[in-house]
Design a protein around this ligand. Structure first.
Ligand SMILES: Nc1ncnc2c1ncn2[C@@H]1O[C@H](COP(=O)(O)OP(=O)(O)OP(=O)(O)O)[C@@H](O)[C@H]1O
Length: 239
């Protein structure tokens, strides 16, 4: 087993307030790890530390073999990131987005052309290549954003509520792409508020008030809490 994320007492305080309180967990290569919590539980603060844009005030984390405390630039180069709020440039077309984001990660023109063709073919985007990304249906935009986050073949990809606003069938299709990436060995770290998505994860953690209160497979968590659904587990914990 190869560990791609390891948090050790990972902590972030703002003055007297501890938003993330001594998180300890490991995520293996190719694992799909769901990161759940109610609003304000501390998920965004934790994720910001894991992607190297915010320094822990105590503890540390290794991500893709680099320390977030001292090697944040290397962490950033070796991960992918996609959020619901920002992922692609609406006023560029598919090719331009791939050239822009792939270029940031240092891919050359030939590789970018190959990646572009692969993405168009894999996602069936042939009818949209002349359009600006803003004209794509939301579900396709999300799939494209995920593919763009994987252009530089990162060891880990962080997905921050990647499927907000689409129906369960479209979410399910998005998850097929996640499974394919995980099968190729990419580690997936995903936050979500949708319990159907949480069910698709290999393991999930549930955060309450800055701490991880439960962490296991969806099946084991339901058993542990004597619950029929993950939603019940979640409500039990968050209460
Ligand atoms: N820069 C900051 N200064 C002070 N407090 C902060 C700061 N950033 C976050 N917090 C506080 O830390 C707590 C956790 O916030 P965070 O955004 O990480 O939660 P979250 O679990 O991501 O919630 P949501 O699902 O709503 O995004 C909140 O109480 C928030 O007000």
């Amino acid at each position: 087993m190869e560990t791609t994320i390891k948090a050790t007492n990972l902590t972030k305080s703002f003055g007297d307030f501890t938003a993330v309180d001594k998180l300890n967990f490991e995520v293996e290569k190719g694992e799909i790890f769901g990161f759940l919590g109610a609003n304000g539980a501390g998920k965004t603060t934790a994720m910001k530390m894991l992607i190297g844009i915010s320094k822990p005030t105590a503890g540390d984390a290794m991500v893709a073999n680099y320390k977030v405390s001292t090697q944040a630039d290397l962490v950033k180069k070796n991960i992918g990131y996609m959020s619901q709020k920002f992922a692609l440039y609406d006023d560029l077309n598919i090719k331009e987005n791939i050239q822009f984001f792939g270029g940031i990660y240092g891919l050359n023109a030939k590789t970018l052309q190959q990646k572009y063709q692969q993405v168009v073919e894999n996602l069936g985007l042939e009818n949209y290549v002349k359009q600006l990304v803003k004209n794509l249906p939301l579900g396709l935009k999300q799939k494209l954003a995920f593919s763009v986050a994987l252009l530089h073949q990162p060891k880990v990809v962080f997905l921050d509520e990647p499927t907000g606003g689409v129906d369960p069938i479209t979410r399910r299709q998005f998850w097929e792409l996640i499974y394919e990436a995980a099968d190729r060995g990419t580690t997936i770290f995903v936050t979500t508020h949708y319990m159907d998505e949480a069910e698709y994860c290999d393991r999930i953690s549930m955060m309450v008030d800055g701490k991880i209160k439960a962490l296991d497979t969806p099946k084991a968590l339901k058993k542990e809490f004597g619950a029929e659904t993950l939603n019940e587990v979640f409500l039990n914990l968050a209460r």
